[in-house]
Write a new protein. Structure first.
Length: 409
């Protein structure tokens, strides 16, 4: 069998060496790309399983490598860490028969299988639900759901303690002499920082000239960061909203039980004691609920009332874990704008059911699609008619998402 697989692999490589996509149509290339993606996933799964067996038998030592991950990394042209993760995933699959079968069939990537295996180990019984999610959603969506499950398996007080122990910040200089840094902050500090940074980033865009507007968002964010460090920035950047979702029973008791959520929107579970301490912040938005779904709040016009903004920024019940971009396959959680599904120019209401969060790029794409469909009544010159474009903040300009800015909906 191994000789047959090896011969087939060699034949495939030989056929791909002279492949020239320019000779094919776009549709043929799309079909081929999808077929190769499926084949690549199957090959990666088989490679990891074969590598694990080779490592268990000590075959890597016969090739002059003391460590199996280093041997596999050399073959892959990857880091030892990536190779070790593949071997670890392959080793965990004997406890996950459904995931193993889906991976072998090319329905999953190794990265997706790794998320499922890691979560099943932390919270047994997660496999089937995450497997279904992996088959229908992106890797990013799977990671978000898997992380929520893993965090949910840790006592909130213990999780809070670990997060504060893991906080760090380091800095260095690069080839250009630039000051670089990376770090990790606990959710209550990190979300507050992102809220202020996103608000100032949007202000830099709105008040900048054509040159500044042509900058990438990352460059504008760097400029905004400098403003914050120097003590400047607009009024919205001097405050930071945190949205806490807490079960009323848990809030009153001071401790949450399994069916009583208490978390920061976009930041994960927190202990009720922290929710109470955050309550002293004048800019905190606290939502105490009993699990009842949010009902539609609607009016006609562009302005989004405060009550509707609060409902929107929570995300879908019962998780109430914030919002992500509604664009297909995007799922970005920061730098979002509120978009009317049925445009205001088409008499679409400003309602809970008619508003979706979208990143700037996906919002532009949606606006162009609405214009092409004749829903905006515009002139086709690339400008929005009155009442269209992203909802405006009090300062005028795009309204960032709840995770990304203080004026979020």
């Amino acid at each position: 069998m191994s000789e047959g697989i090896a011969a087939a692999a060699r034949a495939l490589r030989e056929s791909l060496v002279d492949f020239e996509p320019e000779l094919l149509s776009g549709a043929d290339c799309a079909a081929l790309a999808e077929e190769l993606a499926l084949t690549e996933k199957v090959c990666a799964a088989a490679r990891a399983r074969a590598g694990l067996r080779a490592a268990d038998c000590g075959a890597h030592r016969q090739r002059g490598f003391a460590d199996a991950a280093t041997w596999l990394a050399r073959s892959l042209g990857s880091s030892a860490g990536q190779a070790r993760a593949a071997l670890d995933t392959a080793g965990a699959l004997h406890k996950l028969p459904s995931t193993k079968a889906a991976l072998a069939a090319g329905e999953l990537s190794l990265s997706q299988a790794a998320e499922i295996a890691k979560t099943e180990a932390a919270r047994p019984g997660s496999e089937q639900q995450l497997l279904a999610l992996a088959r229908s959603h992106s890797l990013r969506a799977l990671k978000e759901a898997a992380r929520r499950r893993r965090l949910g398996s840790i006592d909130p007080e213990e999780l809070h303690r670990r997060q504060h122990q893991a906080q760090e910040l380091r800095h260095w200089r690069d080839e250009l002499g630039m000051i670089c840094f990376s770090g990790a902050l606990a959710p209550e500090a990190g979300l507050a920082f992102l809220s202020r940074l996103e608000a100032e980033t949007d202000r830099v865009f709105r008040q900048g000239g054509p040159e500044v507007r042509a900058w990438s968002r990352r460059r504008r964010a760097a400029e905004a960061f400098v403003h914050l460090v120097e003590g400047g920035g607009g009024p919205q950047a001097r405050r930071a909203d945190l949205v806490v979702v807490c079960d009323l029973r848990a809030y009153r008791r001071g401790q949450a039980q399994d069916d009583e959520p208490c978390h920061l929107v976009g930041g994960g579970p927190i202990p009720v004691s922290l929710a109470r301490r955050l309550g002293a912040d004048a800019f905190l938005k606290a939502v105490l609920h009993d699990g009842v779904a949010i009902h539609t709040v609607a009016h006609f016009g562009r302005h989004i009332p405060v009550t509707l903004r609060t409902a929107l920024e929570l995300g879908a019940p019962p998780d109430f874990d914030g919002v992500s971009c509604a664009g297909a396959g995007c799922e970005r959680r920061h730098g979002l704008e509120w978009d009317h599904v049925d445009p205001v120019a088409h008499n679409g209401p400003t309602s809970f059911a008619n508003l979706e969060a979208r990143c700037c790029a996906c919002h532009r794409e949606k606006t162009e699609a609405d214009r092409a469909a004749g829903l905006l009544g515009g002139t086709g010159d690339g400008h929005d008619p009155p009442g269209e474009g992203p909802p405006e903040s009090p300062e005028g300009g795009p309204r960032p998402s709840p995770q990304a800015g203080p004026s979020a909906a």
